[in-house]
Structure formats: C-alpha cells, structure tokens
Design a protein around this ligand. Structure first.
Ligand code: NDP
Length: 434
C-alpha cells in the first residue's frame, strides 16, 4: 500500500481520492442513463439535466429495487459457490512484503465455463430471460453502488478487527485506509479469498455475462444481432476467456500482489467493471450498425491479435519467473538482470528482471495491446458519439498512471538494479516514444 501513497504529492493523492470517491458513483448512473435513455448522446443528457438541475439528476437516479437486489444476490451467491466448490489445482501466489505465500484454488476457467453455460441455458430453456437484466440495469448499478460501498466499509472494519494475515494494518488515516484498503489478502475462513471473488468471479465474470446480455437484448428486440454487436461481444468474450485461462497468473500481478482490498480495487471491480468496462456493448444495444463482412472480419482479426499479444506478454514474464530464467524467449535464451532487494522483515531476496522479448521493447509494453484491444471492440460503434470511447480513454489514463506507480514501486524495491533496467530498456510504454 505504501507505494500507492507515495507516488504523488499528498495534496494530489487526497484530491484524487476524494474526487474518485464522490464522482465515480454519479458518473456510473449518468453513463448508464446516456447509453440507455439518451441515445448515447452526452449533449442530450446534459440538455435534460440543464433544465431540471440537481432535482433532474436525482430523478434519473434509479432506486435499487427488490428485483435488482435479487439478481445481484443470486449471481453473487452462484459465483461464491463455484469459487468454493469447483475443483482446481493448488497454486501459490508470490511472496508478500511480510513474507507470506497465499495459496489459491485455480478453478477460474471452470467457473467461467459453468457460468456462461448456465446463463445461456436459463435463457434457452425459458427459465430466465437475460433481457430482464438489461431492463433493470440502472437499478442494478444503483444497488451495486450502495451495496459495494457497504461492502468496503465491512472490509475496513474486518481489517481492523480480524485481519486474515500479517499483510495488513492501518496507516493511521481513515480515508487512506478506506480507499487503499487494510488487508492485502483478506479471506473468509481459510479458503474464501475476497479479492479473487471481487476482482475475478464478480467483476471480470460480470463483464462476460453482461456482454452476452447485451447481445441477447438486441436479438430479443430486433429479431437479429447486428454484426457490430457480434464483433463487440466476441472480442470482449475472447478477452475475458483469456483472463480466466490465465487467472492464476493474474494473482501475481499488481492488483492482487500489491494493491490492498479497499475502495480502489474492490468497489472498482464490483461497480466500475460491470458498468464502465461493458459500456461499448451497452451502447450498441440501441445502435445496431452493420459493418459488412470485410470490415467486421478485419476488426475481429486485429482485436484478437491484440488480445493474443497482451496474453503473450503476461505469459512471457510468468514463464520466465517460474523457470527462474531457464526458458526460451522468442527462440533465444532470455537476457536478464539479477536484482536483489530487502523485504520489510529485513530478509534479502532475489528477483529476475527480463530484458528481452516483449519486456525488452518497453517496461510496460503489455499495456499497448491492452488499449488497442479495447479500441477494436469499441470501434464497431463507429464515430457518431464520443461516449462509447470513454472506456478506451479511461483505460489509457489508468494504465499510464499504473506504469508510473509500478515504476516508482519497483525503483524503491530494486534500487540500482531498476536503474540498470531503465538504462537497458529506456521506454516506459511505447517503444521509441514514451
Ligand atoms: P504486472 O503486475 O503483470 O507487471 C508488473 C510487475 O511485474 C512489476 O510490479 C514487477 O513485480 C514485475 N516486473 C516488472 N518488470 C519486469 C521484468 N522486466 N521482468 C520480470 N518481472 C517484471 O502488471 P499489471 O498488473 O499492470 O498487468 C497485468 C495484466 O493486467 C496486463 O495484461 C494488463 O494489461 C492487465 N491490466 C488490465 C487492466 C484493465 O483495467 N483492463 C488494468 C491493469 C492491468 P515484482 O515486484 O514481482 O518484480
């Protein structure tokens, strides 16, 4: 957590924390309203708010209804049960700053397949129509906004009263503790990992479930699915499938290994992912553009290539670390830096830094295909409105900030070895530019 607090000046840190805490919830509602009720036009939403002011905004904010709570509760309970009950290989996460090694059950891909088959079967056999989810989307987001806020307060209290491991503790400031979290690996009992639930099984899973929902809603409304919607849904599903295929690898990334469970990560995954990340599909429901076969296939191919390159970057790093550098990167023995660092308990440890392959192009090159993939699943919306591109813009800002946070954290962890890495691999994200 310390790295998150020291990257920017205290004033910037407080200002950004308070503005995200207060602005993100209304933004989610405004985005939903614009996509679903204002034809995707920011100007139209702005126009209707201008006439009615704050009261107008209060009027468009849907109240969480019983059906919204029921949908969320069934989905959350189903995902929690799959997380607990499905079999999976035992996987160890990376050693934590306090020297703990978290243990996980790798059953993400099984949970993903079971979820999608169950959801589609419910629709196919007429038991539950996914269109209901779309029709109550505003109420669902509203319930998620409040429910997740309460969830984060409970996490804060748990962090104080019953932390699951020594990777926890307060920095003495309530707002920072609430925002960045108290615990690195909070659990219920020994086995139920809360961050795996919030980030993967609720957040990322909801992305796939909502992508399918939007597609079905368009089909139910128009009797067919436009090729723009198909491209969007397929690319999002390829991306989320890749995520679950590689889920155990995700457990050694910054989100899990460095960021504590607080508003930033947990509220983000419980509310921001289902609403903002899925928003290009939400827009396409009412905007069935026909791209034509050639354009459709070109966008699809470009998007899949980007998802593959992003996956391959993560895979290269993971395999390199797992084999202790005894692997082949692009057909050759990897070039590397052997970096030593001291843990919080004063122990000396060694890490390997890969300086060839994707990781020799730039220090965070993997963010380039991540951003491009998002662009390709948005571009089927064409350019009538700006709002579908909000996620791509948000992601670009998030990842550029993340590259800075990560560089600063690694610099303080590895010292002169990180300096050496920066000399060898000069660019942060875009080779030759930045
Ligand atoms: P990672 O955690 O995967 O990579 C950064 C970490 O890797 C560093 O903290 C460092 O950790 C280690 N590392 C850095 N350089 C090297 C190197 N040269 N060789 C070996 N290890 C190195 O980054 P992210 O969590 O940001 O990304 C993981 C994936 O998630 C990516 O695919 C990214 O695109 C995606 N992502 C998606 C987001 C979204 O909202 N859509 C948001 C964020 C990420 P250590 O301390 O172990 O040395």
């Amino acid at each position: 957590m310390a790295e998150s607090k020291t990257v920017h000046s205290p004033l910037v840190t407080y200002a950004s924390m308070l503005s995200l805490l207060s602005l993100c919830p209304p933004f989610v509602i405004l985005l939903w309203y614009t996509m679903v009720h204002a034809d995707g036009s920011v100007l139209q939403t702005f126009g209707s708010l201008k006439n009615n002011g704050l009261q107008g905004f209060i009027d468009i904010w849907p109240r969480p209804t019983a059906i919204a709570w029921k949908i969320i509760a069934c989905y959350a309970a189903f995902e929690a049960a799959l997380q607990l009950l499905l079999p999976g290989k035992r996987v160890e996460g990376p050693i934590s700053p306090k020297g703990n090694i978290p243990v996980y059950k790798a059953n993400g891909i099984a949970a993903y397949v079971v979820t999608l088959i169950t959801y589609l079967s419910l629709w196919w056999f007429g038991i539950f129509n996914p269109s209901i989810v779309y029709d109550h989307l505003g109420e669902i987001y509203s319930a998620l906004i409040f429910g997740s806020f309460i969830f984060c307060i409970l996490l804060y209290i748990k962090g104080h009263l019953a932390p699951s491991s020594t990777d926890s503790g307060s920095c003495g400031n309530f707002i920072i503790d609430f925002y960045w979290g108290m615990e690195l690996y909070p659990r219920i009992g020994k086995d139920f990992d809360i961050k795996v639930f919030t980030n993967c099984r609720f957040g990322m899973m909801s992305w796939a479930v909502l992508a399918v929902t939007y597609c079905i809603k368009q089909y139910e409304t128009n009797g067919k699915v436009a090729d723009s919607m198909l491209v969007n849904t397929i690319l999002m599903l390829v991306y989320v499938s890749k995520f679950f295929w590689w889920e155990a690898g995700y457990w050694s990334t910054m989100d899990i290994a460095h960021d504590r469970a607080g508003f930033y990560i947990c509220w983000g995954c419980l509310v921001w992912v289902p609403s903002i990340y899925t928003s290009p599909g939400m827009y396409l429901v009412n905007h069935p553009v026909n791209l034509g076969v050639q354009l459709e296939l070109s966008i699809l191919a470009a998007g899949i290539l980007c998802v593959y390159i992003n996956y391959d970057c993560d895979r290269q790093r993971q395999e390199f670390r797992k084999t202790n550098g005894k692997c082949r990167i692009w057909g050759k023995a990897p070039s590397k830096i052997v970096a030593t660092y001291t843990t919080e308990s004063g122990e000396m440890k060694t890490s390997l830094l890969l300086t060839s392959g994707w990781w020799g192009l730039a220090r965070h090159f993997h963010y380039v295909p991540e951003i491009l993939a998002a662009f390709f699943w948005t571009v089927p919306a064409l350019f009538d409105h700006f709002l579908p591109y909000f996620y791509v813009i948000f992601l670009t800002i998030l990842l550029f900030d993340r590259a800075k946070r990560d560089d600063d954290r690694c610099r303080s962890k590895y010292g002169k070895y990180w300096k050496l890495y920066c000399e060898k691999v000069r660019y942060k994200i875009i080779p030759g530019f930045y």
